[in-house]
Design a protein around this ligand. Sequence first.
Ligand SMILES: [Zn+2]
Length: 496
Amino acid sequence: MIGSAALLLSVIALLALSPARAQSPAGDFDVVLAGGRVMDPESGVDGVRHVGITAGRIAALSTKALRGTQVIDVRGLVVAPGFIDVHAHGQELRSSQLQAQDGVTTALETELGTLAVDRWYASREGKAPIHYGVAVGHRQARVRALSGLDVPDPLFSAEFSRVEQRSEWRLEAATEGQTRDLLADLAKGLDEGALGIGTIIQHTPGARREEILRVFGLAARRSVPVFAHVRSMGSVEPNSALEAVQEVVANVAATGASLHIMHIPSSCLRQTPACLEVIAGAHQRGLEVSTEAYAYTAASTAITAATFDEGWQQRLGISYGDLQWVATGERLTERSFASYRKQGGLVIMHMIPESIVDIALAHPVVLIGSDGLPFTTGGEHPRGAGNFARVLGRYVRERTLLTLMDALAKFTWQPARRFENHVPAMQLKGRIKIGADADITVFDADRVIDRATFEKPMQPSDGIVHVLVSGVPVVLNGELVARARPGRPIRRATRR
Ligand SMILES: [Zn+2]
């Protein structure tokens, strides 16, 4: 007969030897997400799992229940990698919080960037609800080299508009000396850890093709991507969007640089299928080229931009009434357009055919980014608050344009994989696997939907239930955790 004390001892010995106990001696994790439908696009896992989180990392994935200091019951909900927005201009607190409520855990200002890279990162340290990162901006380098001015942060302030009005940096060709100056400024930004080089070629028509080729050469030498808003919009030849896409793809072929083209539908409009043929073909032939789209039929930019230089109606296929003034929501006329163009500010352009948005979102080489602008007047384009829930609700659930797993891949694993060779921090993002950063978005697939509209763009998305950033809840039970600031810099190694 075995005494009860001996039996108890042998049970304790068995428990101590089991691998689950060895992995977590106390049997506890900081946070456990219990019983949700884990969807991980990298591994293809789609099933009920318990996720254990310790010290900001995913420490366990199990079909058996886990014990945690905090246990969040997520039965019936999807547990996905936190969404990565590769194109996010709105980096101030309110924009970041609205993005968190849209499921975003990492937001990167890649297209416009900044020149003061060190200062940009320092100003956000400890103050950001979600992870943040920035490219160094060619447009700003041009402003400094040709107009002798610094571009102020934040974007689209009154001072920003004054800089916008100066013509040298927009229209003039750079001299050899100015070209060297602007390349030196870009190199300095890369030394400070910028993610790559952002360039909005359409806003700087004075930048000759040779200047842009040299920017690509710098990117190739430093092994960083170029994030490019291409030289032209629309399908009027010459100077079509297709020609503009061919310019940057040729630069990749010539220099070996890595290229990400911003918002392909709003640049290429009806030429989008041909633009995608060039990008996908280049990609298949081994060039490192990608692109992205947002889920709206309207674009948005500064009314002072070269986008609205003579002939814009023909190029974009729209007229005054298709333009919406952000500050008031009014549609423009010839007269109000002229007056606002002198004043400066943001405008929304209703110009992208729905069929073109569909083609882009469903295409395998197209990632999904928001292009969200800072919410300063409250009338900005809703994409900064609703883009990702809109994809999941309208394009996946209601219209079944793409599967849930394929949609998630486009803003989790695919962007992480796309940029991880250049930005090592991305290796631990965009995945639900042991060792990955605990950036996790939990949502109700039956309910998730955008609520931000062109009339009321700052309404947070619905159905995004919990959002963890480095294991810290920023959204909990559908409510914003207003004081949470777990965001960390996404930055390349600095070189000084
Ligand atoms: Zn752009």
